[in-house]
Design a protein around this ligand. Structure first.
Ligand code: MSP
Length: 633
């Protein structure tokens, strides 16, 4: 069994976390879930970076002790990870005893090996980033990374010598192309080493919210040394040698691009000095931007992931975070793009595929998965999609992995249009079974492969297909042919109801959903209706498959309509205005939940909408092309 040890950065609990932090953590969670499905022994670590000047000051401003302050923020962070279904195996807090002991042990070993000496630090400090900067590195007198003001610092300090390790580290980076990813960050780090590495101040004396150094307790460990050490504390360094030997080195440190320097230069040098192996990969992802600025506590443009989950659902938020931006690059966040992604990929492509497939299995296959006979058109597409998805996950390209999977979803939807199962059914074509099996099996495979990314949808897809307990599946179940013929379909609610366009934005308050009685009464008096009344109508886009005259009537046409997941027969009084054959292929609007009526002996399942101007009558249609079955609101 392979092991997979993945970490997120440990977050500063100086304020509630936002969508930017959720981004890193959801990505790590997807990778952890993927490796669990592969059968690996996974250790997924996250936690909080609780010491340092920034937290000390924030607590003071709040009139609390640092410990009291961080305790309350940490509770909100754990709650947030619960909301986002983050499957961490350990949550480390740097204020814990288990960690303090390790930081002190690391310091002892660094002093003993001669890598640390005592001196005086004179220079600049960026408190928000907790970074030291020499005069020469400042840009316009500000922090070169975040652009914020720096403070002058002059104090006694312990220093770690970095330069003696520069050549070894550089060689390691060059010999291990996967060590720093993506490539752009690797090049940045090589350039950084080439500028020369100054000795690093690793202790502070001007405040005491930190780990006291053994033997010189007026010093507390510099918060980054304290923080980076978390990765070995949680793996058992100094407490469980057997476990540490099994877990270390970490396979992936997932970090934001601005902290790659700490993880790809300082941390490896500490490890080299401790004679420990280096992590296999440090992956620096990009930032989520709002109107071109990094979403961040300091910019005040934070977006609360909990609000988004309440509004759009867990899977929609996770899907958006993992799919929208190529992992590694910066990308823009916006609520309209979240709505669009959900509606297009999840509601239209995936959700419709499920409802159309299960509806057709019910109508054309007695609600059972058929025995496939003959060639499968979708099998090679599914196998290619899974292969590409695996390749993408191996290189941590999470959005590419989802793009590959949705290629299968799109191909399955396309095959419905091309194969027209209702025609195969009408013609009693034996290919019908293979076509329906293809669709159901493609959905089943998609459900398994989506398990790392989405939480609720995969299980719902499995249940609707009668495929059993998705919790019992592993990644091997993405192989074609897992769906058992004879399984009973259990049609359910739409997987992802469309989010309507008038949905408010994250900053606007949500209007009350239910109308009160008095509001209803007022509306009736004014001769208007409530939105809720209008919403009782189920209006759908329907494509005309055929239109024939009704025997014995000059006014009526019998229409066969494609609603995506089903076909309907509707009798309509439009014969005087439209020629039957000219209507075929046209998209019309159907009142789909009208009680059925029998007209001239034909059961009519709804009414299509038309506008009338004196004796002229024109059908309503949609502007552009939408999938049959799309809802109208
Ligand atoms: N405490 C340090 C990390 C120590 S790890 C040994 C820290 N904490 S942080 O809370 O400021 O940031 C944690 C992570 O959140 C970083 O990887 C950072 O890049 C990420 N993000 C914060 N805002 C972000 C965006 N707007 N977009 C993407 N990621 C962002 O740094």
């Amino acid at each position: 069994m392979a092991k997979f040890y993945i970490t997120t950065p440990i977050y500063y609990p100086n304020a509630r976390l936002h969508i930017g932090h959720a981004y890193t953590t959801v990505a790590a969670d997807a990778l952890a879930r993927y490796h669990r499905l592969l059968g690996d022994e996974v250790f997924f670590l996250t936690g909080t970076d609780e010491h340092g000047q920034k937290i000390g000051r924030t607590a003071q401003e709040a009139g609390l002790s640092p410990q009291q302050y961080v305790d309350q923020i940490v509770a909100t962070i754990r709650e947030l990870w619960g909301t986002l279904a983050i499957s961490y195996d350990d949550f480390i807090r740097t204020s814990e005893d288990r960690h303090r002991t390790v930081v002190q042990e690391v310091f002892r070993q660094l002093v003993a090996s001669g890598d640390v000496y005592k001196g005086t630090y004179e220079g600049w400090y960026c408190t928000p980033d907790e970074s030291f900067w020499p005069e020469g590195r400042l840009v316009d007198g500000k922090c070169p990374v975040c652009g914020r003001a720096v403070e002058r610092v002059q104090e006694e300090s312990y220093f770690l010598k970095l330069a003696p390790y520069a050549e070894r580290l550089k060689r390691h980076i060059l010999e291990h192309p996967g060590f720093i990813q993506p490539e752009s960050r690797r090049n940045e780090m090589l350039a950084f080493i080439d500028q020369g590495l100054d000795d690093l101040s690793i202790s502070r004396t001007s405040f005491d919210w930190g780990v006291p150094l053994p033997g010189d307790e007026k010093h507390v460990a510099y918060v980054w040394i304290d923080a980076l050490t978390n990765y070995i504390t949680a793996a058992g360094f100094g407490s469980d040698a057997e476990r540490f030997a099994r877990l270390w080195p970490a396979d992936v440190h997932l970090v934001g691009k601005e902290i790659v320097r700490f993880h790809a230069i300082i941390w490896p040098i500490i490890l080299l000095a401790l004679k420990l192996p280096l992590p296999k990969t440090v992956f620096g992802h990009g930032w989520l931007l709002l109107d071109d600025a990094k979403i961040g506590k300091s910019t005040g443009n934070v977006i609360d992931p909990t609000t988004l989950v309440e509004r759009y659902g867990l899977d929609a938020v996770r899907y958006y975070l993992l799919r929208e931006v190529a992992f590694g690059s910066d990308g823009s966040y916006s609520e309209p793009s979240l709505v669009l992604r959900t509606n297009v990929d999840l509601a239209n492509d995936l959700g419709n595929l499920l409802s159309r497939t299960t509806a057709m299995l019910e109508r054309f296959s007695a609600g059972k998965v058929p025995v496939p006979v003959g060639t499968s058109n979708l099998r090679p597409v599914a196998e290619a999609a899974i292969y590409e998805c695996e390749q993408a996950l191996a290189s941590l390209s999470l959005s590419d992995a989802l793009v590959a999977l949705f290629r299968l979803v799109k191909a399955a939807n396309k095959s419905i249009e091309e194969e027209a199962p209702w025609t195969l059914h009408r013609n009693q074509d034996p290919r019908l079974a293979a076509v329906l099996y293809d669709l159901a099996e493609s959905l089943r495979i998609t459900a398994v492969a989506l398990r790392p990314f989405l939480i609720d949808a995969p299980a719902k897809i499995y249940a609707q297909l009668g495929a059993g307990d998705i919790g019992a599946t592993s990644w091997q179940d993405v192989a074609w042919g897992g769906l058992k013929p004879g399984a009973t379909i259990q049609r359910g609610a739409p997987l992802f109801p469309r989010i309507e366009a008038e949905e408010p934005t994250a900053s606007a308050p949500r209007p009350a959903v239910a109308a009160t009685t008095s509001a209803k009464a007022t509306a009736e008096k004014a001769g208007t209706i409530e939105l809720a009344d209008f919403k009782r109508l189920e209006l759908k886009v329907a494509r005309v498959v055929s239109a024939e005259p009704v025997e014995g009537s000059r006014k009526l046409l019998k229409l066969t309509l494609d609603l995506g997941a089903e076909q309907r027969t509707v009798v309509s009084g439009i014969a005087g205005h439209y020629d039957g054959p000219a209507l075929v292929g046209k998209d019309v609007i159907l009142v789909a939940n009208l009680a059925p009526a029998t007209i001239f002996g034909i059961e009519s399942g709804g009414m299509i909408l038309a506008a009338r101007d004196r004796d002229q009558l024109r059908l309503l249609t949609v502007d552009g092309s939408l999938q049959p079955g799309s809802s109208v609101s």
